[in-house]
Design a protein around this ligand. Structure first.
Ligand SMILES: [Zn+2]
Length: 92
């Protein structure tokens, strides 16, 4: 009777498959991570009088339609016309 050896081989085989599966999963996860795109939120303002546009970093509370600052050109109020995410380009 030599069934003990077969059981042992089977356990080793399962262990090897499990280890390989974990390694493969780790490799896939690591490959995904550097491709994550970093973004920054911007607020686009437009002067209600002369149409001058100004892009600013988003601050909490910004929303489309909000009158925020004064136009640097004519001194009229500026309105938020867009809030959007911009991709940060990272060079390695
Ligand atoms: Zn203006």
């Amino acid at each position: 009777m030599n069934s003990g050896l077969n059981d042992y081989t089977f356990i080793i085989l399962i262990a090897v498959i499990a280890v390989v599966a974990v390694i493969l999963q780790t490799i896939i996860e690591l490959r995904k991570r550097p491709k994550q795109v970093r973004t920054t939120t911007k607020t686009l303002l437009e002067c209600i009088k002369c149409g001058y546009r100004l892009e600013q970093p988003y601050t909490t509370g910004d929303f489309v339609g909000l009158v925020k600052t004064k136009c640097p050109k004519c001194g009229s109020p500026m309105k938020v016309i867009a809030v959007y995410d911009v991709e940060l380009k990272t060079r390695t």
